[in-house]
Design a protein around this ligand. Sequence first.
Ligand code: CO
Length: 215
Amino acid sequence: MGNQALEKSFNEIIEGNKGWVDFVSKDETGRFQQLAKGQSPEILWIGCADSRVPANEITGRKPGEVFVHRNIANMCVHSDMSMLSVLDYAVNVLKIKHIIVAGHYGCGGVAASLSRKQFGIIDNWLCHIKDVYRLHAKDIDAIKDEEERVDRLVELNVKEQVFNLCTTSIVQNAWKNGQDLAVHGMVINIGTGELVDQHCTFDSNHDLDNVFAYQ
Ligand code: CO
């Protein structure tokens, strides 16, 4: 590598791994040998790509306990093959029991979606959040403070993404087959670390409008 500053920070990553290797080698429970053979997590976490919201640390879970998908603003877009592939594997192969859609207050993606600026290719992704705004424009526009507007949309967006997950054929069929599966919406307060339940949990399609509840 010709760039010394980059080489230095890259070496810090390698050094960081040595600490982890040391930790794993001292573990006497045998769990890492077990993990090397396979995984059986009970949680699927769909969170924001933001570096401040690590799924395992926030939920107090060890490696092997959380299956994770992250993107800008924790979106569950019906036709996103990456999200759908993760969801299918999590539900149908790993048989996970809880899906957590986790937003976070102060989300940059959500804030960008409330502005009129263009940011480039991401504008097409942010449009999915603008769609959520359109459903709740009255609620959001009643709030004057800019940060509060963002945080309210963060909460509403999480609920909407939970709903989007519930309407996928993957989740619908899991319920139809009697699988225990709950979909939760939560919002992280980065400053306090708290995971705030948005009380929008679904564990069946009974509360969905008829057109969304396959027979
Ligand atoms: Co974010």
